[in-house]
Ligand binder design. Structure first.
Ligand SMILES: Nc1ncnc2c1ncn2[C@@H]1O[C@H](COP(=O)(O)OP(=O)(O)OP(=O)(O)O)[C@@H](O)[C@H]1O
Ligand SMILES: [Mg+2]
Length: 327
């Protein structure tokens, strides 16, 4: 055992080959998720969250290319593994929950069959594996779990399916669970309950979690640390409390100001961040957020900011926070 983080992403750049040219979806992304920690990953649509997840899971399509970087799961450099080695790791040391639970479940097999199959590495009898499956269904509060085991995914509600998917992902007791918007399709009550369940199971198993979401309230509730992405770059990361108390990047500040949960009930229109995410085929040379930034100043249009620590944040990509850049 070493003290390496559960996940360490180093200088990761990924692009997609498109008819318009090379789309640079991730550029120089570095962050860690420590063992036993829940880390949030937030950012507007199109900022590269799913690309990052697919890269870690080895599920990028043919149009994508990893241009540089390393992804370490503990002591294992994932980008050096072949397909077979990667497949063996999935569902064992690394597992995933997707927005659509049917991506994790097989529609033609009963839930029970899937939940026993996933225990293929355990040396236990069929009856033991079945008992473990019942125990897990019970933990994620599926009523009458023994009977439910013989049913197919379509016989479950969407919320139940997602809870089954979470149970299955955690059954393997992975080192790292990656969840991409697992609660977005659920109603508010069920979302809260599912988050609570996820946290309970995570504490019991002690795995690390990378939790991808648009929902800042969920991050505040669930995550120890938070990573903010914008247009393919990691622009801020640090402890959740520190960043919520005093965001250091103007983008983080605006993201929080536009969070529907922060808005007073009487205001009519939801505020949004003016402007749009830039195209990622011709990425501007300076700060990628500069065109939308209310605090933009001289160096922002031409000079790319370097990562610095600032306030309670471990990393901020903003000239305003860099003591070497004159105001
Ligand atoms: N298969 C693909 N081919 C070409 N471009 C892609 C492909 N997948 C994603 N992209 C582009 O890469 C960028 C990042 O997309 P990604 O899906 O990772 O964003 P996201 O943060 O997950 O967004 P959302 O919140 O909407 O799920 C976007 O500009 C997107 O258009
Ligand atoms: Mg996505």
């Amino acid at each position: 055992m070493t003290d390496r983080p559960a996940l360490s992403v180093r200088n990761l750049s990924v692009s997609y080959d498109t008819p318009e040219g090379r789309l640079r979806a991730l550029r120089g992304v570095s962050f860690d998720v420590q063992k036993g920690e829940i880390a949030g990953l937030v950012g507007e649509s199109g900022c590269g969250k799913s690309t990052l997840m697919q890269t870690i899971l080895g599920l990028l399509g043919g149009a994508a290319a990893i241009e540089s970087g390393e992804i370490w799961l503990g002591d294992t450099d994932l980008l050096t593994l072949n397909r077979r080695q990667m497949r063996r790791l999935l569902g064992d040391r690394l597992s995933a929950v997707f927005q659509d639970p049917m991506k994790s479940l097989n529609p033609v097999l009963t839930i029970g069959r899937q939940m026993t199959d996933i225990q293929f590495r355990r040396k236990a009898s069929r009856a033991d594996k079945r008992a473990r499956a019942i125990e897990m269904l019970d933990k994620v509060q599926i009523p009458d779990p023994a009977k439910r085991l013989d049913q197919y995914p379509h016989e479950f509600s969407g919320g139940m399916r997602q809870r089954v998917a979470i149970a299955m992902a955690l059954m393997a007791e992975p080192d790292l669970l990656i969840a991409d918007e697992p609660t977005t399709a659920l109603d508010a009550t069920l979302e809260i309950r599912t988050i609570e369940l996820l946290r309970e199971l995570q504490e019991e198993i002690g795995c690390a979690v990378l939790f991808i979401t648009h929902h800042l309230g969920v991050v505040a509730e669930l995550c120890d640390r938070i990573n903010i992405m914008y247009a393919g770059e990691l622009v801020e990361h640090g402890g959740t409390r520190a960043i919520f108390d005093a965001p250091q990047h103007p983008y983080t500040e605006l993201l929080f100001a536009c969070d529907p949960a922060q808005i007073k009930e009487r205001s009519r229109a939801l505020p949004t961040i003016p402007g749009t995410v830039p195209g990622l085929i011709d990425v501007p040379p300076g700060c990628v957020f500069a065109p939308r930034c209310p605090k933009r100043f001289a160096p922002c249009d031409s000079l790319h900011p370097r990562p610095v620590a600032s306030g309670g944040s471990d990393l901020v990509l903003c000239h305003l926070r860099d003591p070497k850049v004159p105001a």
